[in-house]
Design a protein around this ligand. Sequence first.
Ligand code: ATP
Ligand code: MG
Length: 384
Amino acid sequence: MKKVLLLRFGELFLKGNNRNIFENLLINNIKNKLNGLEFKFEKTFGRYVIHDYNINLEEEFVNRLTKVFGLYSLSRAFEVDATIEDIENKVLDIDCFNKTFKVCVKRADKKFPVSSMEFAKILGEKVLNKYTSATVDLYKPDIEIKVDIRLNGKAYIYDEIVKCQGGLPLGSAGNGLLLLSGGIDSPVAGYLIGKRGLKIDAIHFHSYPYTSLEAKEKVITLAKKLTDYVGNIKLHVISFTQVQEEIHRCCKEEYMITIMRRIMMRVASKICDKYNLGCIVTGESLGQVASQTMQSMAVTTACSTKPIFRPCIAMDKEDIMNIAKSIDTYQTSILPYEDCCTVFLPKNPLIKPKEDRVENEEKNLNISDLVNKCLENEEIIEIE
Ligand code: ATP
Ligand code: MG
């Protein structure tokens, strides 16, 4: 008898012919995630099994595996030979003192001498004999004892299912560029889109010395926290100071944010071209602020040559905050450092900008020159 981790994946089943590609990616991602730990990996009966790991490090394994996109759940299980006696012994090891319980048997091996229903009943009776304080509850038991009898001559016994991330294996959806501010929403957007399989680079615009060096450090910390889920991130850091000064100097105040965001999109599109990234991702949420109305997003979208994904678009702030807490970015995001968007903030930003008027206002700037300067001063930080 030994302890193993049973891993389950979900949506991969839907992928028809691509299934192999998805599975290989997932297996690779699992192995990478467990890098530095010793274990054996087995692919079997629509599950994966982790064997021969150091039991003292089990929590570390579980902790890492629950962050792998594409895994749906896992169980710490006991593997025994699929004999009536071995299974009974193990089931009786599970502490049912004063508990309600239920036994579920699944039998892939139809040669096993007892039917599933019958065996569940037998096991239930044995548990009742051993633990006189235990009672059976088929609907809401405290403990659900699962017995999985497989074709490989082994049976797996467990009484818990740990929920994992779900989603699709990282990398299965291609590569994109996350606009990462120091705020609450964009790290959540990065996490959510990663969960759909998109591998991300990140881009951050700063306005040093208007924004502090701590503001940049904060973004590095956020990116670092995201790597737990989305793997290594190449962070492109762009100085936006000159762009903002120029807009401030040459354009009407109320256009500040709109034009800024349009330039961000132009720069981001070029970075996508340079690094072969297929889309842009932002933390925008409809109606949250003036720059996130439908009309504002329309005029910024117009400056992107890539599709823009906005995973938080229909989410309430509270829901976004809850995710931020669950991925441990929230406490960093609320540190009070200025973002470049708050520098030169107009009193009355445009809520429904019109594209022709914005274009007209942009004529006061040498846009391509500003974009090029942004690209020239790109700093790359590899976050691992
Ligand atoms: P967040 O919490 O992500 O900062 P927000 O609610 O503060 O979002 P905005 O400041 O309007 O909203 O930014 C909207 C989106 O634009 C952000 O989610 C992010 O994707 C992008 N963005 C804003 N500022 C920056 C920046 N300095 N660098 C890179 N991307 C940015
Ligand atoms: Mg922000």
